[in-house]
Ligand binder design. Structure first.
Ligand code: KIV
Length: 273
């Protein structure tokens, strides 16, 4: 018997995202790093799930995204692709696996595609990684660019402040965005840049521009799921809207469990065999 369900929501593809831009439909994106969260994020109707290298921070507790490895990213991504039935799953290329050497970049991207079942990769940077992007695209692997605050370059920037406030950096960012479009990237993430500049980039390119801390006049938004659910108490930048206080909710529930165990109130008669 066929398992095909014609009422199922179709899988989002990179071309569908481009149609959404053309039609002016906003694109909702979130990160996820595991099967359970990916199922919930997908069921909520998110179009694009990023297995971000922010996993280094929110899943592994590192201060920066630099230490996460390709193997780590592949492990997280495998769970996400199993959980996401509808959303496009995009995996971040981690620091050290694509900069400087197109052959290494291609080998890293091929591992991600073969081992995880994801549909695309994301890479931080513009003209400095042009050859690596070209090499990956030439293998038929869709690439999402990432400009503005690129956390893998935190040591060059000296922190996580707003980027491209000055004209020279803004011009450079606009020209990198045009270059990414010309190379054939399917979308660009713009992180923590002035809203007016982000709007200008979204107007200037025909591919979707997804913002995080880049204002409303772009084609879609992305947030780190733990941050927007309020699971990460220490992090509340201006651009982030908290949709729940999950840390409080979870701590209360967990505390009730601890009390019940200590009071021998769990398990009760109906919870036993
Ligand atoms: O790693 C990540 O989560 C990201 C988003 C912040 C865009 O790159």
């Amino acid at each position: 018997m066929s398992t095909y369900n014609e009422n199922a929501r179709p899988r989002i593809t990179v071309t569908r995202l481009q149609d959404m831009k053309r039609k002016g439909e906003k694109i909702a994106c979130l990160t996820a790093y595991d099967y359970t969260m990916a199922q919930i994020v997908d069921a909520a109707g998110v179009d694009f799930i990023l297995v971000g290298d922010s996993a280094a921070n929110v899943m592994m507790g590192y201060d920066t995204t630099l230490p996460i490895t390709l193997d780590d990213m592949i492990t997280y991504a495998k769970g996400v692709t199993r959980g996401a039935q509808h959303a496009l799953v995009v995996v971040d290329m981690p620091f050290g696996y694509y900069q400087g050497c197109p052959d290494i970049a291609l080998a890293s991207a091929v591992r991600i595609m073969k081992e995880t079942g994801a549909s695309a990769v994301k890479m931080e940077g513009g003209s400095e990684i042009r050859e690596s992007i070209e090499k990956i695209l030439s293998a038929g692997i869709p690439v999402c660019g990432h400009l503005g605050l690129t956390p893998q370059s935190v040591n060059k920037f000296g922190g996580y402040g707003v980027r491209a406030k000055e004209d020279a950096e803004a011009e450079c960012l606009l020209s990198d965005a045009r270059m990414l479009e010309q190379l054939g990237c399917f979308a660009i993430v713009l992180e923590k840049i002035p809203a007016a500049l982000a709007a200008k980039v979204a107007q200037a390119v025909s591919i979707p521009v997804i913002g995080i801390g880049a204002g409303a006049d772009v084609d879609g938004q992305i947030l780190v799921v733990q941050d927007m659910l309020g699971m990460n108490r220490g992090f509340s930048p201006k651009f982030m809207r908290r949709y729940a206080d999950m840390a409080d909710l979870m701590e209360t529930a967990l505390g009730r469990y601890v009390s019940d165990v200590k009071a021998v109130d769990f398990p009760n008669e109906s919870e036993r065999y």
